[in-house]
Design a binder for this molecule. Structure first.
Ligand code: PMT
Length: 398
């Protein structure tokens, strides 16, 4: 473990939950792994674990009072330390701190430093089960998930209030493993050229109307963001979406399945891996009308649709050593449908997701997938924010 986190700076924020004692083990182990650990505690946490304990374990002054003599040597400590942080972890994260962060409150050193931090932020919740299930807490958690905060737990287990239910903080080792993974994973895709497709395609019916689908592009954009954060050279081919493209990603915007095909073929050669998360229309109107179709008198109207090119299947003959990952959007027979596509399109992996559910898949901030390899191995994910699912997919396909 020694020096696995050398040159990494980690801020550990400790709040006033009884699980605060577990933060000692985390701070100690992260320090032993070579990280520069700075601990900031709330007043309540300082009642549970003395700042001297954290000072001894981290070998740095503890930040409880920004005007303390011990910090006088550090210019603007809550900014200078935060600016060089690679990771900010809150252990434990109480319902109160989750609510304060979600509301943008910065009224003590911990929340002030967190507000100024631009590094990844990880919260480790610990609270009574009824508090965790409280819609207000869940609303705050969802808001922070959407803003890119990562949550570790809580788990179901023995609680301080003598119940066995959800609300128990994850174990210190889980937190330490996550920190090491996040910081050592940082650039594991360095130099890899990854082509990602995202979003729907629009197939024009007339100058006013089109056939589309409910893809928001979130899954593909999450894949592009995660790959770029891990050092890959990312090109994102996107159908029409309302999303802001991730940083450090080359964006190519397209509209129809044909446009998507052209853009994929134009970029496929200089790619190591293709991840096809776009919801490409399988059909398009046989003929696009040049004028807006008039309503007319008849009660119904027939529109002849023809098949669009199967972009993935057509790549089979020029694939070579490149890795191709497809998605399977199924409303029934998820595994059978996905395995069939994996085989028919000659893919290396297929990511199966059940799009009959509204809490994952199309337009949701969450997804739950089963990654199936060409050799038939299956790697299921839990229901997680799409950025976490994207990282799990990248872990398997890199
Ligand atoms: O965009 P979001 O709102 O985040 O929703 C995410 C998603 C549900 C769109 C995504 O997770 C997903 O499932 N994307 C694939 C949707 C789709 O078209 O699946 P499919 O089973 O119909 O197609 C199978 C594969 O073939 C896909 O990789 C697709 O990109 C590809 N395809 C499809 C049609 C076509 N003409 N050419 C293709 O290459």
């Amino acid at each position: 473990m020694q020096s696995m986190l050398k040159d990494k700076t980690i801020i550990v924020g400790v709040c006033g939950g009884i699980a605060a004692y577990k933060a000692c083990d985390v701070v100690s182990k992260l320090t032993q792994a070579g990280a520069e650990v700075w601990v900031t505690v709330t007043k309540e946490a300082a009642q549970l674990v003395t700042p001297l304990t954290f000072r001894t374990l981290s070998r740095n002054p503890v930040i409880l009072d920004l005007f303390a003599d011990e910090l006088a040597q550090i210019p603007v400590p809550h900014i200078s330390i935060t600016d060089r942080a690679d990771l900010f972890m809150i252990i434990p994260a109480t319902a109160n701190i989750i609510g304060k962060i979600a509301q943008g409150i910065a009224d003590d050193p911990l929340t002030t430093m967190l507000m100024a931090a631009t590094c990844p932020k990880v919260l480790c919740p610990a609270m009574n089960n009824n508090m965790w299930n409280n819609p207000l807490v869940q609303e705050n958690v969802n808001k922070l998930n959407k803003l890119g905060y990562k949550f570790l737990g809580p788990e179901v287990g023995h609680l301080a209030c003598e119940k066995d239910d959800i609300g128990r903080m994850v174990e210190p080792q889980t937190i330490i493993d996550a920190a090491i993974k996040m910081l050592s994973q940082a650039k594991d895709l360095d130099g890899q050229r990854i082509l990602v497709t995202a979003g729907p395609t629009y197939e024009d019916l007339d100058p006013v109307r089109f056939i589309g689908n409910r893809s928001s592009g979130k899954m593909g954009y999450a894949l592009a963001q995660a790959a770029a954060e891990r050092g890959a050279e990312v090109t994102l081919i996107s159908g029409p979406t309302k999303l802001t493209p991730p940083e450090n990603v080359k964006l190519i915007q397209v509209k129809s399945a044909l446009d998507m095909q052209k853009a994929v073929l134009a970029n496929f050669k200089q790619t190591d891996s293709l991840i096809m998360a776009a919801a490409v229309s399988d059909f398009a109107p046989e003929k696009m009308q040049t004028q807006k179709i008039k309503k007319g008198k008849s009660k119904s109207r027939l529109v002849k649709l023809s098949k669009t090119p199967d972009i993935l299947a057509d790549l089979r003959k020029i694939k070579g050593k490149k890795k191709i990952i497809g998605f399977a959007a199924e409303t029934e027979n998820l595994m059978a449908g996905a395995k069939q596509k994996l085989k028919d399109k000659g893919l290396d992996f297929i990511v199966a997701n059940d799009v009959s559910r509204t809490d994952i898949g199309f337009d949701s901030d969450y997804n739950e997938v089963k990654i199936i390899s060409r050799q038939g191995q299956v790697f299921p994910s839990q229901k997680l924010p799409k950025l976490d699912v994207a990282n799990i997919i990248l872990d398997h396909v890199r």
